[in-house]
Design a protein around this ligand. Sequence first.
Ligand code: UDP
Length: 314
Amino acid sequence: MKRVLITGGSGFLGSHLCDYFVKRDYHVICMDNLSTGDIRNIEHLLPMRNFEFHHHDVTKFVHVPGKLDYILHFASPASPIDYLKMPIQTMKVGSLGTHNLLGLALAKGARILVASTSEVYGDPLVHPQNEEYWGNVNPVGPRGVYDEAKRFMEAITMAYHTFHKVETRIVRIFNTYGPRMRLNDGRALPAFMSQALKGKDITVFGDGSQTRSFCYVSDLVEGIYRLLMSDYPMPVNVGNPIEITIKEFAEEIVQLTNSRSKITYLDLPADDPKVRQPDISKANDILGWQPLVNRSEGLKITLDYFKSLPEFKS
Ligand code: UDP
């Protein structure tokens, strides 16, 4: 049985990865310090024989007994509100945490995939963003702690690849949504759905003309698995290239929920990227990957998830 360590395994993306690998008969070691993760995301996996949970902060030395075939490093606060609340931890998990896991990969002879982000492109001056673009990041702005930690993560991962010959993979994840997103993490989708369900005003930041491209979580997980199994060490964008303005996105959610909520416009946060859309030609060419779930389908599943939460059950 192949053994895989998933850090941040009880978070939104991490828990879906745990599901994917458990289903495919891997032995999954899920590691999380639960700072933004939630044990409820993996509760159903706890009784499984091929699943174990380690409550641990990966910025401290990481010890995993036995062999390891793969490591997926997904531990990090990942929404603007979270990394504003935890700026130092965000920097530490991207830097010290990544260093510990690369060291573990070297010691175990494991292949490691690290979760990078479209935030490495900052407020991009190239559109859509391809992997050759180096980005436009403000290191000292509110998003700097996340963006720069992830850029450091990519740099040290390449260093372990070239210097220590560790098998490394780097995925640049664009906006992703689906069940198990945190309701109060400040992201657009949970904020809009929760406001629409409660009949409250929908808070669009700025004039809502900024764009994002939203990928359903099962598509993302499939792309990540294919990248892990490939032999490609350079960064690969994984995301859904269908772009939408945040205003249109808010309107779509109001319609989907049959809500009477009105849109209200608030100040745009500092350094909020004006556009974002992945160029996925690389993922398509190298991994034969493309997203399959369309937004209306994905949003419906996500809405059903939010409605099932205790907060919305009447
Ligand atoms: N946004 C918004 N209202 C909210 C939360 C977010 O208009 O209540 C905007 C935010 O300013 C950004 C976009 O929606 O332009 C996506 O934000 P999110 O936090 O989901 O992701 P990111 O900014 O990291 O892409």
